[in-house]
Design a protein around this ligand. Structure first.
Ligand code: KG4
Ligand code: ZN
Length: 335
């Protein structure tokens, strides 16, 4: 079964075709990062207008390698959480295509989509598709808007163990990058600046919130605000500041995830969301987790439509298509 995925929850316009929930046949992402960089963050109305401009070429590029519409069996689209205007563009495109091509439509929760990036196999022959993740699983979902630790007992069955009480991990990277004058998006900029830095130079505070699976990153942000370098000493302190900050975030995420994995006796730990692209976080998680760690390749960590198609496939397998009355839900939660 080939599912066409459509994603437009924030500033990426994306379409992809995935076979049987796992094999990527095509994956196209038009990023608006350059467009929003001038404003230091995503401007919602600018984002929706750009989705309108980009969607048809992105769709055509995603359909070309599979032979166009006749090869598509179902359509999956993100319906939340995200920016209302941006979500509307993608969801209405998906509805129009499903109606015109007489195909089932399935609405996908973007957060669930990020988790399903772990089911994707790289493009190529069927033999490259490895074993599926084995339930129960622990998922650490770390993106620009979310930081959640989720126990996944089966397809579509989630128990939220903990979440951030203030800033999301990606949000902390973005805000601290702004404090350090490193540009947007902050994650890749901080990772690059940290590469040559000493992660032990600055003792950045960690909020452990013992006895819970929750996180808090606002204190780290405040600490960085006090340490922000003056233009004169930026060159000598920036790499160490970036490395010390990155270490504080990755340390807490890895330590608390490993503890939850031990406590809940899971078979595997899955990492997903944009911050999963962070090399130091991957390294620390791999060192500390008591069970195998699965991490999607970086391109499938950040927003894409292949993960939406994968998630939609498993929903359809459970007989859960959506109706034409499906609407966007900007504050949608993981259930
Ligand atoms: O999942 P995503 O693409 O969009 C959301 O759904 O939020 O995540 C974007 C977030 C941004 O905050 C970005 O700074 C962060 O992921 N990010 C990273 C890295 N690459 C992207 N954070 C840390 N290290 C990275 N290498
Ligand atoms: Zn995302």
């Amino acid at each position: 079964m080939n599912v066409l995925g459509i994603e437009s929850s924030c500033d990426e316009t994306a379409a992809a075709v995935v076979a049987n929930g796992r094999q990527i046949l095509s994956n196209v992402v038009a990023s608006q990062i350059a467009l929003h960089a001038a404003y230091g963050g995503v401007v919602p109305e600018v984002a929706s207008r750009q989705h309108l401009r980009d969607f048809l070429p992105v769709l055509q590029e995603a359909l070309a390698p599979v032979g166009g519409a006749p090869a598509v069996d179902a359509i999956a689209a993100t319906y939340g959480p995200g920016l209302a205007g941006s979500l509307l563009v993608g969801l209405n495109l998906a509805k129009a295509l499903a109606l015109a091509w007489d195909l089932p439509l399935v609405g996908v929760n973007h957060l669930e989509g990020h988790i399903y990036a772990n089911w994707l196999a790289p493009p190529g022959g069927q033999e490259e598709v490895g074993p599926e993740p084995r339930f129960p699983l622990l998922c650490l979902l770390v993106s620009g808007g979310h930081t959640e630790l989720v126990l996944m007992e089966d397809h579509g069955l989630y128990r939220r163990l903990g979440a951030t009480r203030d800033d999301a991990a990606g949000e902390a990277f973005d805000k601290v990058a702004r404090i350090l004058g490193l540009g947007f998006p902050g994650g890749p900029a901080i990772q690059a600046a940290a590469a040559s830095g000493n992660r032990r130079r600055y003792p950045i505070p960690r909020a452990w919130l013992r006895g819970t699976h929750d996180f808090s990153f606002s204190g780290v942000k405040t600490a960085m605000l006090h340490l922000a370098p003056t233009p004169d000493d930026a060159a000598s302190t920036l790499p160490d500041l970036a490395a010390s900050f990155q270490e504080a975030i990755a340390d807490v995420l890895a330590e608390k995830t490993a503890a939850a994995a031990r406590q809940w006796g899971v078979n595997e730990v899955l990492l997903s969301g944009g911050v999963a692209a962070n090399r130091r976080l991957r390294e620390l998680l791999a060192e500390r987790c008591p069970v195998p760690l699965r991490v999607p390749p970086p391109v499938y960590c950040t927003d894409n439509a292949a993960m939406i198609a994968a998630c939609g496939y498993y929903q359809l397998q459970r007989g859960q298509p959506s109706g034409w009355d499906l609407d966007v839900v900007p504050a949608l939660k993981l259930r």
